[in-house]
Design a protein around this ligand. Structure first.
Ligand code: ZN
Length: 167
């Protein structure tokens, strides 16, 4: 009887431990980076990949050159995180013009085009998946979020930043 519980328990523990090691050794990320969102410097610095919102509260990041320079000086990998970061923004089908605005603002701010895209709330329609691929951007979704430590600037993630730090 005891054996029957022990084996599945060991499998679960092994899975959790493996996931722990993967997350520990993978590049760290931070979502929701924008001059409009207060971001704890500690987590910005700990992260290798910053996910940038190009136009939050209807303000373009490219209007704030000081901020653009500050982000560039951190020397991190930067990805595009939506355009306006509305709720499930990319679950609604968007056209090239819509996405292009985000790409242009990003490029104006940093001097290069984004090569990665993470949709807000990780929700994206099949049509939008094609749109992202057509723009030569790598799409990062749930699997990426599970296998990496992902902080959130305003600490609004499923788990708070200090928990992400531990596991
Ligand atoms: Zn987000």
């Amino acid at each position: 009887m005891k054996k029957k519980i022990l084996i599945p328990l060991l499998i679960i523990l092994l899975f959790v431990f493996t996931l722990f090691l993967i997350r520990l050794t993978s590049p760290r990320e931070i979502d929701d980076v924008s001059p409009e969102i207060l971001c704890e410097q500690k987590y910005l610095e700990k992260s290798d990949i910053l996910w940038i919102i190009p136009k939050f509260n209807n303000k373009s990041i490219s209007e704030n050159k000081t901020w653009c320079q500050k982000i560039l000086s951190l020397n991190k990998t930067l990805g595009l995180h939506g355009v306006y970061h509305e709720f499930e923004e990319f679950n609604t089908n968007r056209n090239q013009k819509y996405l292009q605005e985000g790409i242009n603002i990003f490029e104006e701010c940093f001097g290069f085009k984004p090569e990665m895209f993470k949709p807000p709330q990780l929700k994206i329609s099949n049509e939008n998946k094609k749109l992202i691929k057509g723009n030569n951007m790598k799409l990062k979704l749930n699997f990426n979020q599970l296998t990496h430590k992902v902080y959130h600037c305003d600490d609004s993630g499923t788990f708070p930043n200090w928990v992400v730090d531990l596991f």
